[in-house]
Design a protein around this ligand. Structure first.
Ligand code: BGC
Length: 724
């Protein structure tokens, strides 16, 4: 018997905001060798067997394109089994039934809130005598209201611990739910887990009299409280990322997301944290607390997809080290089953553009293979008939029109996963989706071989934006056509590796390049220069990179790039002999630059370089996330150019190493360590007296480029030296 033979069950009446708990009692009358629970839900669930949590998957079953794919988890529950067993499963709204995104009209909100709550499960007992017994969800299960009186992604959670809501007399028979089972798939992604506990750093009163707890680090997850209280005492707190310039409470930038947690106490010592939702925060404000709050009462728990860490950077510059840490926290905070733009305001969506901007950096820092493979399957599942790719995946905005550099996640992400991990399976899986995206552009553009006259997000948040606009000055048609060329080229590269006939795409790519050169002979912005070089469109890349360098200097050695240009600008500068300028940009301490937020106390990456301005005021309340990973896409340059470890495109996954570091005396030293599919690479440079010492550990053959000389070395440990 499989889980598909179980029945979907639901509650027998509308419970409003209250989270239901489903119940099943069973007897194991013989010694059990193995007990295995397969389970999933419409919503997010937490299962308890005999009072013990089943597994450590937080917010299971995760977030997928629920119309097409719903992951089923399998747990070995042998250790939790008794003779008489009590299985309970809480099913909260989660992503499935929360009104997301926050700007939905009330009718659409209601439609999402009205989605059914559902549970399907299958428990198999294998007895020591070799016989088996299975229990499936069906009419013999029951349900009751639970202690969770409200739970939703944006607005938070309310728990009433005063009584056991699901006492024996409250159990009611379930209703069967008519819901598809062909959407059920085995768990594909990483497990979402609690991955860290952070003690409160301080508790203080703001000038306006609020009591605020500071964890010293922005995290995504929830706050655990531990307290001694009387029955009925109330705890109420909301969440924030920053304080305003006067040190007062500020969370206007969460927009419509209430992000509140409420707990009604039982008698005595108790601990609690929200169970079926999450928050992005550094601070909480106590709106209600029994007695005097101490910092010992509070612990922040970080929750995210539990990917293995693979990359580390450390330097002689403390501010840069803080930047590295902020980028890692940015990834931890936003890789929560899908790559999200931010974890706090009324979005928390899988914005495709943000994901493609950050994927290379992300894949240096953590092993993202499983994470992205799952998300890309959702991208393909949600891809429209026409090949159009939604702005967010899972696609909660089916009416949203595709944009260049957002939809191109369909080609860029699979290619990056292949490059980092070397397994062609991801290309095999995604090839149709990649091709369909490129075909879609061809089908909607009015000008053959270019992508002209379409809606786009442009160089989002580019600093050369006209007053009052989120879009940089780079021409939409320029960006769209450049990415069209890039995506067509990636289809060619992927197709060739898979042994497919891609001659039509080869021709298309050639034609796009020719049309692009004719249509865009001049480059007007930093981002235009960057794209022309990075995507192989400039006829004379050296000249264009030199012009970019001049432009950057003329702009006061400042970035003007937005989401589109920022991830590539440093690479373009370095690849054409302007690494000193790239370092100037990286080490710039004033706005705009990577170190400015660090000096303003950032612990994650900001959506805007000036999220907090020099005078302490905020850029805006509307689009001002303090945990938005996109501009963290500088780490790949740190590994590849600064520390100097990269691989050629035809040697994916570091089959062979290229070692070409670019030291800068302002740092003193830089160390990079990277776990690759072929072993650990470690590279250090130290500026010493009148030269630089290099220590390289390579598990693979390496091409070393130092002091103007090239040499090939076998795996091993090497020390090199160059004179200044
Ligand atoms: C998100 C971005 C996203 C953008 C689309 C914003 O609201 O937070 O990161 O890519 O919309 O331009």
């Amino acid at each position: 018997m499989k889980i598909k033979d179980s029945q979907w069950i639901t509650v027998s009446r509308d419970t409003g905001d209250v989270v239901p708990v489903f119940h099943f009692g069973f007897v194991a009358d013989r010694p059990v060798a193995l007990a295995e629970l397969k389970i999933t839900a419409l919503g997010v669930y937490e299962a308890l067997l005999n009072g013990e949590r089943v597994g450590d998957f937080i917010l299971a079953p995760g977030w997928t394109s629920y119309d097409h794919r719903l992951q089923v988890q399998t747990y070995d529950v042998t250790g939790l089994l008794e003779e008489e067993n009590d299985l309970r499963v809480l099913v909260g709204r989660g992503w499935f039934r929360s009104p997301m995104p926050g700007w939905l009209n009330s009718e659409d909100k209601q439609r999402r809130l009205n989605q059914p709550c559902g549970l399907i499960a299958h428990l198999k007992l294998r007895f020591q005598d070799g016989t088996e017994k299975t229990f499936a969800t069906g009419p013999d299960w029951s349900w009751a209201e639970s202690h969770i009186r409200f739970s939703e992604i944006y607005d938070g959670e309310i728990c009433d611990a005063r009584k056991d809501w699901s006492s024996q007399k409250d159990w009611q028979p379930v209703k069967l739910l008519d819901w598809r089972k062909d959407i059920l798939i085995p768990q594909e992604g990483e497990i979402i887990r609690e991955t860290g506990r952070i003690a409160a750093k301080r508790i203080f009163k703001t000038p306006q009299g609020d009591t605020v707890v500071d964890f010293g680090q922005e995290v995504t997850g929830y706050v655990e409280i531990a307290l001694n209280a009387h029955v009925g005492d109330e705890v109420l707190f909301d969440h924030a990322e920053v304080q305003d310039r006067d040190g007062n409470w500020y969370n206007e930038n969460y927009r419509s997301a209430k992000a509140r947690a409420k707990y009604i106490c039982r008698e005595g010592m108790q601990t609690w944290h929200p169970e079926l939702t999450f928050f992005g925060f550094r601070y909480i404000r106590l709106l209600s607390w029994p007695g005097e709050a101490k910092k010992e009462n509070f612990t922040a728990i970080a929750v995210h997809s539990d990917m293995k860490r693979t990359g580390w950077l450390k330097s002689g510059n403390a501010e840069l080290n803080r930047l590295f840490s902020n980028i890692v926290w940015g990834q931890r905070g936003n890789f929560l089953d899908v790559p999200t733009d931010c974890p706090q305001r009324d979005e928390r969506l899988g914005w495709t553009g943000d994901a493609q901007v950050f994927i290379k950096t992300a894949s240096y820092l953590f092993d993202t293979e499983k994470f992205f493979k799952k998300w890309l399957h959702d991208l393909a599942a949600d891809q429209r008939e026409s090949g159009e790719v939604g702005q967010v995946i899972p696609d909660l905005m089916p009416e949203g029109v595709s944009s260049a550099a957002w939809g191109d996640a369909a080609t860029i992400c699979p290619w990056q996963v292949y490059q980092t991990y070397g397994d062609k399976a991801v290309l095999e899986d995604q090839f149709d989706s990649m091709r369909k995206w490129v075909d879609f552009i061809g089908s909607v553009t009015k000008t053959p071989n270019l992508w002209i006259d379409h809606f786009h997000f442009g160089d989002w948040l580019g600093l050369d934006a006209p007053q009052g606009s989120y879009k940089g000055s780079t021409r939409d048609d320029f960006i769209a056509s450049a990415f069209y060329a890039h995506s067509a080229e990636l289809v060619v590269k992927a197709g060739r590796l898979l042994g497919k006939d891609v001659s039509a795409y080869e021709r298309l790519h050639r034609d796009i390049v020719a049309a692009f050169r004719a249509a865009f002979p001049d480059y007007k912005t930093q981002t235009e220069h960057v794209l022309a070089v990075h995507f192989g469109l400039a006829e004379n890349p050296q000249k264009t990179a030199d012009a970019l360098a001049e432009m950057v200097k003329a702009d006061g050695t400042q970035l003007r790039t937005g989401f589109v240009g920022t991830p590539y600008i440093l690479h373009v500068l370095s690849n054409y002999g302007h690494t000193d300028l790239a370092w100037d940009l990286v080490l710039r301490r004033e706005y705009p630059g990577w170190l400015y937020p660090v000096l303003k106390g950032a612990t994650t990456i900001w959506e805007h370089w000036d999220g907090i301005r020099e005078d302490g005021s905020f850029w805006s309340a509307d689009m001002n996330s303090f945990n938005h990973y996109s501009y963290g896409a500088v780490v790949d340059w740190m590994f590849e150019q600064a520390a100097g470890i990269r691989h050629a495109e035809d040697k994916p996954a570091f089959e062979e190493l290229i070692y070409a570091p670019h030291p800068d005396a302002r740092l003193g030293w830089l160390q990079a360590k990277l776990d690759t599919r072929h072993g650990t690479v470690s590279a250090l440079w130290v500026c010493e007296g009148d030269g630089v010492r290099y220590e390289l550990d390579t598990p693979v053959r390496a091409r070393v480029f130092l002091g103007g000389k090239a040499q090939l070395v076998e795996p091993g440990h090497y020390t090199f030296w160059t004179e200044n």
